[in-house]
Design a binder for this molecule. Structure first.
Ligand code: C2E
Ligand code: MG
Ligand code: MG
Ligand code: MG
Length: 285
């Protein structure tokens, strides 16, 4: 009977699901100890302007587990969100990134801001804005050195509450970007009602530049719309010179991707910043 049912795929499928669920539980339980075990670190990916100068960095979380090796944040962040671990992880990221900002400033490294990813659940929990403002005050970090990246999912809960928190952050000088723009489910109307600074054009759109007329048209339309709303656009996942050239032509403001640099460890990031003005990236405009 088992075999029979296996043939229609049902049992095989559920066995696979079972395995995935087991693995998820394992990851969750290991993640619980990751902070204390010193397995987490942040890497920083340069964000450049139209001249190729580094103006910002995005902090990206890395988890090196003794048996599993490097586990992707795309795997463990959703699991951390589902289990409530995201609050501790988020706090760790915040403190670590603030530390980095202070180091950069101490060393006179010129950088406008460090962007920090905040998950929907983390943003919507209790008093995120107040907590953040308290932390940066305690650490002596200037609020305009911090940018928060939120996905559209963060806006799906009570928009009035979200808006209030955002306004509190904005008036304190912290800017907010919508991450992975164009991939979420929310409507465009929220763009005019919340205080945003930037849209991050999702890499999926960038990867399709040059593929056909309509994919180019979508990129152009998103950039034009953002500019109409006074928002700057950061293109994510820029990998080729052709993509960069097209984006420059469309007056995209900022760029991030392997064409410029992969995410880097602290020391490598500082070296990169120092080398860029010398190297001078080519640009068409
Ligand atoms: P994201 O915030 O959209 O980050 C951009 C992702 O694109 C990063 O993946 C980065 O390494 C990758 N990337 C950058 N340039 C290129 C490129 O040219 N080509 C390709 N193929 N990929 C590129 P990563 O580091 O694996 O992070 C994945 C996601 O995990 C992030 O997407 C973000 O949603 C989440 N994440 C990472 N760190 C944190 C964190 O500290 N907190 C939270 N809540 N989420 C985080
Ligand atoms: Mg991001
Ligand atoms: Mg993104
Ligand atoms: Mg993403």
């Amino acid at each position: 009977q088992v075999k029979e049912r296996g043939r229609d795929g049902y049992l095989l499928y559920s066995a696979e699901m079972e395995e995935v669920a087991q693995h998820s539980l394992f990851i969750q339980s290991e993640l619980r100890g990751a902070i204390a075990a010193n397995q987490l670190s942040l890497v920083y990916q340069p964000i450049v302007d139209s001249r190729g100068q580094v103006v910002c960095a995005e902090a990206l979380l890395r988890w090196n587990h003794p048996q599993m090796g490097n586990v992707s944040p795309s795997t463990f962040i959703p699991l951390a969100e589902g289990s409530g671990l995201i609050e501790d992880l988020g706090e760790w990221v915040l403190l670590e990134a603030c530390d980095f900002i202070n180091k950069l400033h101490g060393n006179g490294v010129p950088l406008d801001a460090v962007a920090i990813n905040v998950s929907a659940r983390q943003f919507n929990q209790g008093a995120f804005a107040e907590d953040l403002l308290r932390v940066i005050e305690r650490l002596g970090v200037k609020s305009n050195a911090i940018e928060l990246e939120l996905t559209e999912y963060a806006l799906l809960s009570n928009l009035d509450v979200v808006k209030q928190a955002m306004e509190k952050l904005r008036s304190a000088g912290i800017s907010i970007a919508i991450d992975d723009f164009g991939t979420g489910y929310s409507s465009l109307s929220y763009l005019q009602s919340i205080p945003l600074a930037r849209l991050k054009l999702d890499a999926i759109f960038v990867s399709k530049i040059g593929v056909n007329e309509s994919s180019n048209a979508i990129v152009k339309a998103i950039i034009d719309m953002a500019h109409g709303l006074n928002l700057k656009v950061v293109a994510e996942g820029v990998e080729t010179q052709a993509q960069y050239d097209f984006l420059l032509q469309q007056r995209c403001d900022l760029f991030q991707g392997y064409l410029f640099s992969r995410p880097l460890k602290e020391a490598d990031f500082v070296n990169y910043i120092e080398s860029v003005p010398v190297k001078g990236l080519k640009s068409v405009s």
